[in-house]
Write a protein that binds this ligand. Structure first.
Ligand SMILES: C[S@@+](CC[C@H](N)C(=O)[O-])C[C@H]1O[C@@H](n2cnc3c(N)ncnc32)[C@H](O)[C@@H]1O
Length: 245
């Protein structure tokens, strides 16, 4: 189990609740678009994703290693619209059989796991072939950008203060290396998140295999929302964001 971070858990529970009131909830809903059947949520945290489940989800199994974080999610777990089970476990060792879930969600968690490649491999193991991985993760800025150099500089301090979260994760690369089809993931800038964590990878990756028997419904995952790419990030970054579909 990772180290406990009760102070960060308390802080993040407040930030996440504020995020729900300031528009981050629609990002959660966007990432979950098309999820169906049995959904695994990795690193449930305070549990706000449970309020954004699409109608096709029939059951949730969630893992969360941090005991105090599990405490913050209790009410939302009990109020969830579908049967929801919360387990104390880590992404790198999921307590689930092979190919046992139809969909999985990683939201602001691959930045925090100690072994992203191991976590991605576990996600590939427990997802059924053709299953969907729903992603909402903040990521590192493009090579050569000033933002990236600040992320590199501040990462050691940030990680200590933010419960093991890293500013420097290349999550698309991690998922590609684990065999996921990431073509439906887009990189966008989410406001009002602070610049260091504003760049997000959002949408649906797919575990290779036979196509899903029931096509996903609703708006195509990862379609940009108007007004999200910030001109304040600079023109090279804006161009990179546009080309990253
Ligand atoms: C920034 S919080 C995000 C919580 C939630 N996913 C959300 O979007 O609100 C990061 C979460 O990842 C969890 N976490 C850290 N390391 C983990 C690991 N190895 N496996 C699973 N979850 C982990 C933390 O306990 C924390 O709840």
């Amino acid at each position: 189990m990772p180290d406990a971070h009760p102070i960060f858990a308390s802080f993040f529970a407040g930030v996440a609740a504020l995020g729900e009131r300031t528009g981050y909830g629609r990002r959660r809903a966007e990432a979950l678009t098309g999820a169906r059947g049995r959904l695994l949520i990795v690193g449930l945290g305070p549990g706000h994703d449970l309020a954004h489940l699409p109608g096709g989800v029939t059951e949730v199994v969630a893992v969360e290693p941090e005991p105090s974080m599990r405490g913050y999610s209790t009410r939302r777990v009990h109020r969830a619209q579908v049967p929801t089970r919360l387990v104390g476990a880590v992404a790198e060792a999921l307590p689930l059989p092979d190919a046992s879930v139809d969909a999985a969600l990683v939201a602001l968690v691959l930045c925090s796991v100690s072994d992203p490649a191991g976590a991605a491999a576990e996600l590939g193991r427990v997802l059924r072939p053709g299953g969907t991985l729903h992603v909402l993760e903040h990521v590192q800025a493009p090579v050569g950008s000033r933002l990236r150099s600040w992320q590199n500089r501040l990462d050691p301090l940030w990680s200590r203060l933010a419960g093991g979260c890293h500013l420097t994760r290349d999550t698309r690369r991690t998922l590609v290396d684990a065999g996921f089809d990431t073509r439906q993931l887009r990189t966008i800038s989410v406001r009002p998140a602070p610049a260091l964590v504003a760049l997000h990878l959002v949408g649906t990756a797919r575990r290779p295999g036979p196509p899903a028997t029931r096509p996903a419904e609703g708006r195509k995952c990862g379609e940009p929302m108007p007004g999200d790419t910030s001109p304040r990030l600079g023109s090279s970054l804006a161009a990179w964001l546009r080309n990253d579909a």
